[in-house]
Design a protein around this ligand. Structure first.
Ligand SMILES: Cc1cc2nc3c(=O)[nH]c(=O)nc-3n(C[C@H](O)[C@H](O)[C@H](O)COP(=O)(O)OP(=O)(O)OC[C@H]3O[C@@H](n4cnc5c(N)ncnc54)[C@H](O)[C@@H]3O)c2cc1C
Length: 387
């Protein structure tokens, strides 16, 4: 009997979900290998905490995979050879596969001149630690957070709360919380004001300098530190391999989450451009974990000679932390548009913490009962029918 080798690249929220599902539903003749940059699981949702020097739990990927038969390989993926069906790790080792699960996540889109050279990002725990060191050493001055989406808001709030000696400027094209209902947005605005965050929306950074950011239409904002949180894209690896990608470098998938150009490659999480009837999914943990589970189930169905089912997902919330003592949770329709209901204050803090802490225990539960991971909102009429 020949062995079918499934190689999972990236053990973040989506890759871990795929790995645990495949490992827990152990099959004779199927070998599962997981590659990740480091042994420690990166809680990306908590990176603003890491960036402000707060300690996180030490979650180890090999501990979770222990007893499942899945093999863990620490290392940096440097290339994928689709013709040879191999992956290069750290430019030295080569791993073969029969089915590849691509789950390497996304990175900040630092294509604006100077951003890659002078701005910090929250792409990895190491990046967040670097920023933490920088902020601690500053002792005073201005931090500009570029990007008014949830990542920018959470980071600005966390920095303002943990470093009251620093001036924090949050700037970007849109208003923070623009996608929230009126009351939730008003709460968010008031919380940022209370934390002393200066919000400058309707501005676009066109260049990052060593000590300032340059704005469209002229003018600069002095900055001792710049954090870049203005949009994400996938690393160039997928495009370089020859996979069909969208304009943000994400692998374009079919309904079963297979690459449209290379069906032996499944793409999940932030690295994938996954269409639903209402549009292409934007990177979240809430959608990323289901994509990992669905890809695992699709692979197993394909191995059984069955047709994989289409992936369906509907959003249900946007939880945004505002430091450690405040938060706002906007509940959403499946297409991510805001509902009338939202949570604020300590209820929102508790909700956000429950959500943020849930992935690791969820993986633990899936390891014992894989079927427990197969429940998520399918989006009802928002996702039914043609994509
Ligand atoms: C500050 C912040 C707050 C967020 N808050 C929320 C929230 O409240 N709710 C929500 O749903 N989403 C939230 N998100 C989005 C969420 O974190 C992402 O959508 C999610 O992490 C995507 O999961 P993923 O598995 O695709 O990628 P990731 O979680 O980023 O995992 C990718 C993995 O691949 C590894 N990797 C990358 N490149 C390589 C390589 N070349 N070689 C080896 N390993 C590699 C990384 O180390 C990582 O372990 C937030 C994001 C940020 C930055």
């Amino acid at each position: 009997m020949t062995t079918h080798r499934i190689l999972i690249l990236g053990a973040g929220y989506a890759g871990m979900a795929a790995a645990i599902q495949l490992a827990a539903r152990r099959r004779e003749g199927v070998e599962v290998t997981v590659v990740n940059a480091r042994e420690r699981f990166t809680e990306r949702l908590r990176l603003p905490m890491t960036a402000t020097g707060q300690q996180l739990a030490d979650l180890r990927i090999p501990d979770l995979l222990d007893g499942t038969g899945a093999r863990f390989v620490p290392g940096w993926v440097t290339a994928v050879d689709l013709g040879a069906s191999t992956v290069r790790i750290d430019d030295e080792r080569v791993l073969p596969y029969d089915t590849l699960v691509y789950a390497l996540g996304g990175v900040a889109d630092t294509t604006v001149p100077g951003a890659a050279d002078h701005a910090h990002t929250l792409d990895s725990a190491e990046d967040a630690e670097l920023l933490a060191g920088r902020l601690t050493r500053l002792g005073g001055g201005t931090v500009v957070v570029a990007g008014t989406g949830p990542t920018g808001i959470e980071a600005a709030a966390e920095i303002a709360e943990q470093h009251p000696e620093l001036d924090v400027v949050l700037l970007g094209r849109g208003e923070p919380g623009a996608a929230m209902n009126r009351k939730a947005k008003a709460y968010l605005d008031a919380a940022l004001h209370r934390l002393g965050v200066e919000v400058r929306s309707g501005t676009e950074v066109v260049k990052v300098l060593p000590d300032a950011v340059e704005l469209a239409g002229g003018g600069t904002v002095p900055a001792d530190v710049v954090l870049w949180a203005a949009g994400t894209r996938a690393a160039p690896l997928a495009a370089a391999a020859g996979l069909t990608v969208d304009d943000r470098g994400r692998i374009v998938t079919d309904a079963a989450l297979r690459s449209v150009s290379h069906p032996d490659v499944y793409a999940v999480g932030d690295a994938a451009a996954i269409g639903q009837r209402y549009g292409v999914l934007h990177g979240t943990c809430q959608s990323g974990m289901p994509t990992g589970v669905h890809a695992a189930l699709s692979i197993l169905r394909a191995l059984d000679g069955k047709e994989p089912k289409p992936f369906r997902f509907g959003y249900y919330h946007t939880p945004v932390s505002l430091g450690r003592h405040d938060a706002v949770v906007q509940f959403t329709h499946p297409d991510d548009s805001p509902r009338r209901i939202h949570l604020t204050g300590r209820f929102a803090v508790r909700y956000k913490e429950t959500v943020t802490a849930s992935p690791w225990p969820t993986y633990g539960r899936m390891k014992k009962m894989p079927a427990s991971g197969a429940f998520w909102p399918r989006g009802g009429r928002f996702t039914r029918g043609a994509r």
